[in-house]
Write a protein that binds this ligand. Structure first.
Ligand code: ADP
Ligand code: MG
Ligand code: MG
Length: 891
């Protein structure tokens, strides 16, 4: 059978969206359901594709349209071109995917000088002239290409001249006059007039809608939304019904439920004596649906009954366009409606409770991005607030605090009990302690994957980056914005990481009730939204096989992660324990300055921290990663030391200790520290440093066991590239462990974060009992891109040029990096079938990447504590059967 070019509503259904477009398929579906849809037919996307190929309407089409029009005449009891009872139609575009405002519609087609009196008999002269001026306007714009502003100007002139508050107050004579003026515009701009033959109008309108598919606006929109260009649009020809025939008529749009809160009551706007477009274009004040209930109770009752029919049928929130003509209700459009994140959760949970969908489908209908947006605090009232500065929304949240221009000032402010906002040109690993101390981080440079952005997201701190034109003079304790406003140190600012805006002063922060509920546990009195989120999360937990752990190195983060549902710690970065003042301990070990004391102190610090974390995670695994900083982060600044030395030389002074220090730092200095002495390499060169940590971990375990607790530490070696590195590390670990607790052993695993490690994973798995994919470093090393530097230099240009469409540091690059992960999983399991498998880092909290990890059969992902609920939800979604996903995919 050949693909049809035209189909009456009665012959189509909702499954035929590819051929009929969304609007046409749903009009057909409503017709089949017996809902009051005006008669009509759809010219299919196939006809459009042929039109776009040949630039002519398919030759068979005119006869098909003639037959369909005759059928419309029979159904409506009116005749196209009749002077007494004319049939008018709307010509409406509608493709497979909705492209709001991009495509064209022409209303009142079939109206001519000859048919006008017949229309006036239906609703009066004012009404008839109003319809006529709309036709000339839409036809002129859509078919003849007259600029829309030409008509708008004339209308607003008429309003001013007559003192009319809106178009509804223009009298018949004014509208008649507008028709004359509009037709003069057509003549002036195009040399044409509105065709006085209805069928000519119809064919021209159909062609214009097809052509609008390739308009600039439509093309740009499709490129942006990823809608393929070859699909084409359908055209729906629908008998006109009129909402503008008087006070018993009107038009409205409504939703079967509230699309903003999700509450289960119909929601919408109605405008008496108006055509549909007046409702959305905001030219007149609309009334809420409830008021329609008071004015027209019977109509309201009918409408609600139809909404219920639609919702039960589509098993989802629907939106509807409707028109009332002289007390009679018509439905003109429906589709599954868009909704806010909060509404998405509430509606999914409610529909499952009502038995309309399964709980699996409900889970499939919400996602991690929606959940994440519900977890952040917001500013209560931003109306009328002018931002002080604007940048990129790098890490969401709402934070208020005092400005600090360097990490030390932020740490000091925190120590005084203040909440600092760290404002920097950009951040580096040196700023970590300051970032931890801060509520929010603002940087002048860097994008969404800059150091500031990545670290802030990991820490759950609010962050705005790339504040253009911000100049920071930390020595003068002030910064200046692009438009010359001055911010001084200690001043209070409010940072909105969700929008990328910074405001002066303290705005009211509204904490997220969902986040609070997830942290504090179930409250039977909780709001419907909270109950919906917790309910669906519980279901996700029941479904998922992928476990969710957290990245945490403080007791506080560990406790928070556990409250949010983490099933252990997948990454505890020991170097975090040695930041700030303790950093000097590492320096002393490396530079051999009272080395043994420093080592003893490091061990004491580690014992204390490990004990707290293991206690917080009692009964759950805690994977401790051995020291992995680039070494330079722990050594004094080479440039600073060299400058001091030069000054000394000028003054002919001598300081042997300082000179020795400079020499030592020079010896350790690296040009490319990220590819330098870190991870297992550091462990090989300075094993004592690492052994101190292992011994502390063993002692922490022994102490907690003595208390009757159940600590479950594991040790992980970073940056491994060869089997022998790992074997050597394992020997050091074993020795250190034996010194700390001779009665037990410790599971040893490795990070897979170098391509070589992935490729020789079978031999690594002979020593490693588990793998954890460090996909941040694996992405850097696979792409050869330094994420700390690349943003400023070329990543932005790459995005502009379309070379990169998704950011490989945010969503795992499945084809490249993912292939290495897949290989490592296969090789690793081939040599050790019981090998444990996890992933840690940014990707472990990213919805798309979580689905990828789940598909590979990893045991767990480990993400920052605030993202734990997101990962739980997505892991649950990833476990759903194909059927449940398909069932909910009608959106
Ligand atoms: P959009 O996709 O931009 O909503 P539509 O094709 O739905 O465009 O039409 C634009 C407006 O015209 C809507 O308000 C719609 O309800 C109204 N409309 C379309 N067809 C008819 C008709 N046959 N009778 C009355 N109003 C109509
Ligand atoms: Mg519409
Ligand atoms: Mg790493």
């Amino acid at each position: 059978m050949t693909t049809p070019l035209l189909l009456p509503f009665a012959l189509g259904d909702a499954s035929m969206v590819d051929l009929l477009g969304g609007k046409g398929a749903n009009l057909a579906e409503m017709t089949r359901l017996g809902l009051p849809v005006p008669p009509g037919f759809t010219i299919t996307t196939e006809a459009c594709r042929r039109f776009l190929d040949t630039e002519e309407l398919p030759p068979e089409l005119p006869d098909l349209v003639s037959a369909a029009v005759i059928q419309l005449e029979t159904q409506s009891g009116r005749t196209f071109g009749s002077t007494t009872n004319p049939l008018l139609v709307s010509v409406r575009s509608g493709g497979r995917f909705s492209m709001p405002g991009m495509m064209e519609t022409v209303l009142n087609v079939g109206l001519t000088d000859a048919t006008l009196p017949g229309l006036a008999a239906r609703g009066g002269w004012r009404f008839a002239w109003d319809c006529y001026r709309r036709l000339v306007q839409m036809y002129g714009h859509t078919v003849l290409g007259v600029e829309a502003g030409r008509f708008d100007e004339l209308i607003s002139d008429a309003r001013t001249r007559l003192g009319a508050v809106d178009d509804a107050h223009l009298p018949a004579t004014a509208l008649e006059d507008l028709v004359r003026q509009f037709r003069r515009v057509l003549a002036e701009d195009t040399g044409q007039d509105l065709p006085q033959e209805p069928r000519v109008q119809l064919d021209a309108a159909i062609g214009a809608v097809f052509r609008s598919w390739n308009g600039d606006r439509a093309k740009t929109y499709r490129a942006h939304e990823g809608i393929p260009d070859h699909l084409g649009t359908a055209v729906n020809v629908v008998e006109m019904v009129f909402g503008n025939t008087g006070h018993r008529s009107g038009s409205g749009v409504c939703f079967t439920r509230n699309p903003s809160t999700g509450s289960a009551a119909a929601y919408g706007d109605y405008l008496p004596d108006a055509q549909g477009e007046d409702v959305v274009n905001g030219s007149r004040e609309t009334m809420p649906l409830d008021e329609l209930g008071t004015r027209e109770p019977e109509l309201h009752r009918q409408l609600l009954a139809h909404l219920t029919t639609l919702e039960r049928h589509y098993r989802d929130l629907c939106d509807v366009e409707f028109t009332v003509e002289d007390g009679r209700l018509w439905l003109l459009q429906t589709r599954v409606g868009k909704r806010s994140p909060a509404a998405a959760f509430r509606i999914a949970a409610d529909l499952a409770d009502e038995g309309l969908i399964t709980v699996d489908e409900a889970l499939w209908r919400v996602d991690g991005h929606q959940l994440e947006s519900l977890l952040h605090p917001r500013f209560a009232d931003l109306d009328g607030q002018r931002p002080l500065a604007t940048g990129l929304p790098a890490s969401p949240g709402a934070a208020v605090g005092v400005v600090a221009f360097d990490a030390a000032a932020a740490v000091a402010a925190r120590a005084r009990g203040q909440a600092p906002v760290l404002v920097r040109m950009e951040t580096s690993p040196d700023d970590l302690a300051g970032m931890i101390a801060s509520e929010a981080v603002v940087t002048a440079r860097g994008g969404l994957t800059s150091h500031a952005a990545v670290v802030a997201r990991g820490l759950g701190r609010t962050c705005v980056t790339s504040v253009g034109g911000l100049v920071i003079e930390s020595a003068a304790f002030r910064a200046t914005t692009a438009d010359g406003q001055v911010i001084v140190a200690g001043e209070v600012v409010s940072v909105d990481g969700t929008t990328g805006r910074v405001y002066r002063g303290a705005l009211d922060v509204r904490p997220s009730p969902v986040a609070r509920a997830l942290e504090d546990g179930a409250d039977p009195e909780a709001s419907p939204l909270v109950l919906a989120v917790t309910g669906l999360l519980r279901h996700a937990d029941a479904r998922r096989t992928l476990r969710v752990r957290a990245n945490a190195e403080t007791e506080g983060d560990a406790r928070l992660a556990r409250r949010l549902g983490a099933e252990g710690i997948g990454l505890c970065r020991t170097e975090h324990m040695l930041l700030g003042a303790r950093r000097e301990l590492v320096e002393r070990v490396v530079l051999d300055d009272r080395r043994d004391d420093a080592l003893a102190e490091i061990e004491a610090v580690a014992l204390d921290e490990f004990t707290r974390i293991l206690r917080a995670m009692d009964g759950l695994p805690v994977v401790v990663r051995l020291l992995d900083p680039p070494l330079h982060e722990f050594l004094p600044d080479l440039v600073g030391l060299a400058i001091d030395a030069a000054h000394r030389e000028d003054r002919h002074e001598h300081d042997e200790t300082q000179d020795a220090k400079l020499a030592a730092v020079r010896r350790w200095h690296e040009t490319n520290p990220m590819l330098g002495l870190r991870g297992v390499r550091l462990l090989t060169v300075v094993p004592e440093l690492v052994v101190a940590h292992v011994r502390a971990l063993a002692r922490a375990q022994a102490a907690l066991r003595a208390e009757g607790l159940d600590p479950r530490p594991e040790v992980m070696v970073p940056l491994v590239a060869t089997e022998s590195e790992l074997e050597l590390a394992a020997r050091h670990i074993e020795a250190g462990w034996r010194e700390g607790d001779p009665t037990t052993t410790i599971p040893v695993g490795t990070m897979i974060e170098l391509p070589r490690a992935a490729l020789i994973a079978d031999s690594l798995a002979r020593t490693a009992e588990f793998f954890s994919f460090g996909t941040n470093d694996l992405t850097q090393t696979t792409w050869g891109v330094s994420r700390d530097d690349a943003e400023g230099s070329f990543l932005a240009a790459y995005r502009r040029e379309g070379i990169l469409t998704t950011d490989p540091f945010t969503t795992l690059d499945e084809r490249g990096v993912g292939q290495l992960v897949r290989t490592a999983v296969q090789l690793g399991r081939s040599s050790r079938p019981t090998l444990g498998l996890g992933a840690c880092g940014e990707h472990a909290g990213d919805p798309a990447s979580i689905h990828f990890f789940a598909g590979l059969g990893l045991d767990y992902v480990s993400c920052s504590p605030p993202r734990v609920p997101v990962a739980r939800l997505e892991a649950g979604r990833a476990a759903l059967h194909h059927d449940d996903k398909a069932g909910a995919d009608t959106r």
